[in-house]
Design a protein around this ligand. Structure first.
Ligand code: HEM
Ligand SMILES: *[C@@H]1O[C@H](CO)[C@@H](O)[C@H](O)[C@H]1NC(C)=O
Length: 544
């Protein structure tokens, strides 16, 4: 096995392969790609070599032919690797070699290629297989014309044919709604960005037959934004353009990218564009081009000629400035806008705590809290108070989000939320007009009120889950997990309380006045747990 061989040592024209570098030493060369010769000097003049690739796009598993070519006097040695553009990770594997080259182990088998002899070569060709879970990549080689003279060269950037969220946070910055969604999903709005030496690689994906736009801005308002558009015209052609938002009107088109630097796709109603830019981002009002911007993501319809119309909904806006040069720290995703977070917090208090406890009072505490209080049974007063509080909190939260989000956001959350709102309004209104307890028709109210309550309960749980996904920015989606824990806790106590109630109705009530009822204990324990879940979710939302 020659996998430990990296560079040949040549003395007086006689070359011996250097074997058995200690592992640490070989990974040194793997990382820096510099030969471990004594006095090595990296040449900074224009390299007499270049790397060409058979394709500039890839899907996982694709085999790509890579060639190192000399433009003048040839080369003696080389080390070739594929590197992710974001993060500079060694990726993929070399599959076939010939007598002049051999595969090396740089962390994984076959991740690098080098020479086997010091004959002068004018070109070297190898096959390389693309891995999964990588963003844009490029080939990089160190090429030696002699023992101490060498250059480093890079190929063009290769971009993924299909946009995915695989390398988000590790090799590219991603902004998406719902948070962390996969661009294959029909409701996923997605963009990613990777800085390269002279510009960026951008990806955008989303459900539209019109256009997608990403924007970079110094504030969270439209206007003075550097914009990249992916537009379909009526002939079905997809155009990728750079534009500038001067105000809140149709952006001015600046450049149309040629097919050499873009990849476009439109499948099952999802439009996707990837592009390689060779410019820095510029918002014209800024004196110096930095790399921290608010990021926008929008979609909408386009006219026949491909000119864009106003976005169909309010665009997605990042909640902080994003440092596009350090995609690794991309914790921030969807606009965890304060008003939207407050909406979420109020809804949680209303539906996890006040509403739930209010319903439990009415169903299970009738006998344990049956003593009169201010003229009515205690359970009823608590139920009434908590339910009115729930409705008030819901209305405030609803109005907040309605004012803040002037359009309809993607997905089922707002639809379910509206249904829950309407059904909840029916509850107090029907309760107000309920028949007298002795009336023959009272049972209709009782059944209707309970069934509606159950439907509201189920739908509200679903709505909260979907809503949390919209604001959960953690990669582990822990908010949804805590919510799942709360839901399990709730179901457990419903079972306990329901069983307790059935047993009790069978027993002859020897009402022991001074003993605390078992349901009271259960409800108190439930409320404590409930508050613990609520507080951890609120803390989670607060840090979103
Ligand atoms: C024909 C094209 C466009 C028109 C006529 C337009 C118009 C508007 C208007 C009137 C608003 C104010 C809020 C509202 O009424 O909903 C707005 C908001 C917004 N637009 Fe556009 N827009 C267009 C394209 C774009 C593009 C390409 C982007 C970049 C991604 C963008 C980003 C935004 C953002 C982030 C907001 C929300 C922040 C704000 O209110 O300023 N717009 N747009
Ligand atoms: C759509 O774009 C293509 C490419 O730019 C162009 O050739 C074609 O004429 C356009 N179609 C319409 C209807 O504008």
């Amino acid at each position: 096995m020659y996998t430990q061989l990296l560079f040949l040592v040549c003395i007086a024209g006689y070359c011996v392969p250097v074997f058995g570098y200690p592992n640490g030493a070989i990974s040194d060369s793997c990382d820096t790609m510099l030969p471990r010769h004594g006095n090595n000097i990296l040449q900074t003049s224009t390299p007499p070599y270049n790397i060409s690739v058979s394709r500039t796009t890839f899907s996982p598993g694709d085999v790509i032919t890579v060639t190192i070519q000399s433009s003048s006097s040839g080369f003696k040695g080389f080390l070739l690797q594929a590197r992710s553009v974001g993060g500079n990770r060694i990726v993929g594997s070399f599959t076939s070699t010939n007598g002049n080259s051999q595969q090396l182990n740089c962390g994984q088998p076959n991740t690098a290629l080098s020479h086997t002899n010091n004959n002068i070569k004018t070109s070297i060709t190898a096959n390389w297989t693309a891995p999964t879970g990588v963003g844009p990549l490029r080939f990089r080689a160190t090429v030696l014309s002699s023992y101490s003279t060498f250059w480093q060269v890079e190929s063009d950037i290769l971009i993924a044919l299909q946009i995915s969220n695989d390398a988000c946070g590790s090799e590219k910055f991603c902004l998406s709604s719902p948070a962390n969604c996969s661009p294959n999903n029909t409701n996923c709005m997605f963009m990613s960005s990777v800085p390269s030496a002279d510009g960026y690689v951008f990806e955008m994906s989303g459900p539209t037959s019109g256009y997608l736009a990403i924007g970079f801005s110094d504030d969270q308002l439209m206007g003075n934004d550097d914009v990249y558009l992916c537009t379909v015209n009526s002939s079905g052609n997809i155009l990728v353009q750079r534009a500038f938002n001067t105000g809140r009107s149709s952006p001015t088109i600046l450049t149309t990218y040629t097919s050499a630097s873009v990849v476009t796709r439109s499948v099952n109603g999802i439009l996707q564009c990837s592009l390689i830019t060779q410019t820095s981002i510029s918002t014209q009002t800024r004196a110096t081009a930095g790399s921290s911007y608010y990021v926008f993501l929008a979609n909408g319809d386009s006219q026949e000629n491909g000119q864009i119309l106003k976005h169909a909904t309010r665009p997605i806006i990042s909640n902080t400035r994003v440092d596009l040069s350090s995609f690794l720290s991309s914790g921030i995703q969807i606009g965890g806008n304060r008003v939207i977070l407050a909406h979420g917090a109020l809804m949680l208090v209303a539906w996890m705590t006040t509403g739930t406890i209010g319903m439990i009072m009415a169903r299970y505490m009738k006998s344990a809290a049956g003593k009169p209080f201010l003229g009515k049974a205690l359970w009823f007063q608590v139920h009434l108070f908590l339910m009115i509080l729930t409705v008030i909190l819901t209305i405030i939260a609803f109005i907040m989000v309605f004012v803040e989000v002037s359009g309809w956001v993607n997905g089922a959350h707002p639809v379910l939320g509206c249904i829950v709102m309407i059904l909840s309004f029916i509850q107090p209104i029907a309760a107000f007009f309920r028949p007298d307890p002795k009336s023959e028709r009272r049972f209709i109210f009782n059944w209707g009120h309970s069934i509606n309550a159950l439907v509201i309960k189920v739908l509200s749980v679903a709505t909260i889950f979907l809503g949390l996904q919209l604001i959960d920015t953690s990669p582990t989606l822990w908010l949804s997990k805590v919510m799942g824990g709360f839901f399990a806790w709730e179901v457990l106590f419903y079972i306990i309380l329901e069983t307790n109630m059935r047993i009790k109705t069978k027993e002859v009530k020897e009402n022991s006045e001074n003993k605390i009822a078992s349901e009271t204990i259960a409800v108190v324990v439930f409320i404590c747990g409930n508050l613990a879940f609520l507080i951890s979710l609120l803390v989670g939302i607060g840090s979103s």
